[in-house]
Design a protein around this ligand. Structure first.
Ligand SMILES: O=c1ccn([C@@H]2O[C@H](COP(=O)(O)OP(=O)(O)O[C@H]3O[C@H](CO)[C@@H](O)[C@H](O)[C@H]3O)[C@@H](O)[C@H]2O)c(=O)[nH]1
Ligand SMILES: O=P(O)(O)OC[C@H]1O[C@](O)(CO)[C@@H](O)[C@@H]1O
Length: 464
């Protein structure tokens, strides 16, 4: 597969394959996945990966030469989640209809296909899905075989159109994709999103849990076993950063940076590798769908820009946030993340509470998913919210910290914009952040950044 180094290269590749009728299968089996109004941050399993796979499926569906994309996930019909997650099939409406060639066929486009597996009528956390992987694979095989036959009748001259690739996302879907790839003899690609060995290493460094406790909480050994299987089965592993290859995948038995280069050189020279194989690692940093972002051409340094409530009506979510502050005119420190312990939100609140000068200078806004009742959240998420509320009380931060219960996916750009409007900063202080979509999102909406030094350039302002 030629190295794709830029969007131009992708355009060239698409142009070379535009007459093809490719069928692509993506697999992402945990969390709540739907095409519109995603409930990102609702729980630990519904976050960046959900957004990544939906936007990837949509973009692939609009790529010339790609006829059909199926994003396979779990069908969830449970009283505590919206009925939309129980729909067997959902078409992902194209963002850019002009990209659609005239070869739109009856079954072409990008779809979410929901396969029933695991306890019926229950939405369960990803850690409890492992015993049900085989049931998912059985259901996915039936779907793929049926779809290949249907596509064959439409665009394959009666011959089944098999998937050209099966792309697994995260350990659980990667485990499934490896089984599907073997059963169908279709190449596999894998994206980890977050890796078990790195998570285990970081959690043990924190010293709060023993290895057995980490395993009991996160089923981390089964997850690592699946990731090792993905290394065995995958032709290509897509990573978000170079650091993920060197420092995270380098922890695995099935991958070694030096060995991979040597094997690739031997293959190039047509020399035997004595049966050793390793997947090719390709860093492709996550992008973002920008079509819904409305750039504001207001000069942030102008007086008008700093008037919250100037002539154009303020987005409603601004009032939901500003109502918490006794002095809403202060610059805002914004954190936006799932209320997962690894996002380290409690440390941010503690630092803010203990820094009196900072408290006089700025307000703190915490966007921590959507919640109705804390006691009805998952134990880990509920514990984070409870700790935050206790810290607000301990440091008497009332009137200085906003922690709204709800926000819509479509309001996220306005939330970043509010931070920018107040000349504030965005902070990502996660302990473990393989990439961090929120940093990309803020970039295109004018914010100054701070984030945990380990993962990202510590501070940068777009355009600086
Ligand atoms: O209350 C919230 C919380 C999050 N988000 C969105 O959810 C996404 C969260 O993505 P990210 O910050 O990257 O975190 P994770 O959910 O942990 O995503 C995992 O997968 C991502 C894609 O591979 C990687 O960028 C992360 O490092 C990895 O931890 C972003 O688009 C946020 O805008 C909301 O809309 N509302
Ligand atoms: O924190 P963990 O257990 O590594 O998992 C990261 C989670 O964040 C997500 O992006 C949520 O969509 C998934 O990658 C995964 O469920």
């Amino acid at each position: 597969m030629p190295r794709i180094g830029s969007t131009d290269a992708i355009d060239v590749w698409a142009n070379q394959h535009k007459d093809k009728k490719l069928y692509i299968v993506l697999v992402s089996i945990h969390g709540l996945i739907r095409g519109e109004n995603m409930e990102l941050g609702r729980d630990s399993d519904t976050g960046g990966q959900v957004k990544y796979v939906v936007e990837l499926a949509r973009a692939l569906g609009e790529t010339p030469g790609v006829y059909r994309v199926d994003l396979l996930t779990r069908q969830i019909s449970a009283p505590d989640v919206d009925w939309s997650y129980g729909e067997p099939t959902e078409m992902l409406s194209p963002r850019n209809s002009e990209n659609l060639g005239d070869d739109m066929g009856e079954s072409s486009g990008a779809y979410i296909v929901r396969i029933p597996f695991g306890p019926r009528e229950k939405y369960i956390p990803k850690e409890q899905l492992w015993p049900h992987i085989q049931e998912f694979v059985d259901g996915a095989l039936v779907h793929i075989m049926q779809m290949s036959k249907v596509l064959g009748e439409q665009v394959g001259n009666g011959q089944p159109v098999w998937p050209v690739v099966i792309h697994g996302h995260y350990a659980d879907a990667g485990d499934s994709a490896a089984l599907l790839s073997g059963a169908l003899n279709v190449p596999m690609v894998f994206t980890g999103h977050s890796l078990g060995r790195d998570k285990l290493e970081q959690l043990l460094k924190q010293g709060r849990q023993t290895r057995d406790e980490v395993n009991a909480t996160y089923k981390i050994m089964r997850r690592i076993e699946a990731e090792e299987l993905c290394l065995d089965a995958s032709e290509i592993v897509i990573t978000s950063t170079r650091q993920e290859i060197d420092k995270q995948w380098g922890l695995y038995n099935g991958f070694d940076v030096i060995m991979e280069r040597k094997l690739r050189a031997r293959i190039k020279r047509g020399v035997s590798c004595y049966g050793r194989e390793m997947p090719r690692m390709i860093p492709i940093p996550p992008g973002m769908e920008f079509s819904h972002i409305v750039p504001h051409d207001v000069d942030l340094d102008s007086e008008e820009a700093n008037e919250v409530g100037s002539d154009s009506p303020d987005p409603p979510v601004w009032a939901d946030i500003m109502r918490f502050f006794s002095n809403p005119r202060k610059p805002m420190i914004l954190a936006l993340a799932r209320p997962d312990p690894k996002k380290n939100i409690t440390t941010l609140v503690k630092a803010f509470g203990e820094h009196h000068e900072l408290r006089n200078l700025a307000n703190l806004t915490l966007i921590m998913g959507n919640r109705d009742v804390i006691d009805e959240m998952s134990s880990t998420n509920g514990a984070v919210l409870t700790s935050v509320l206790k810290l607000i009380d301990k440091y008497d931060l009332y009137g200085q910290v906003a922690y709204p219960k709800h926000h819509k996916q479509s309001e996220v750009p306005d939330i970043y914009r509010l931070a920018a409007r107040t000349k504030g900063v965005f902070i990502n202080c996660a302990y473990i952040e393989p990439f961090g979509l929120t940093l990309i999102e803020g970039c295109c909406l004018w914010s100054t950044y701070g984030c945990y030094p380990k993962w990202w350039a510590c501070r940068y302002t777009p355009g600086s």
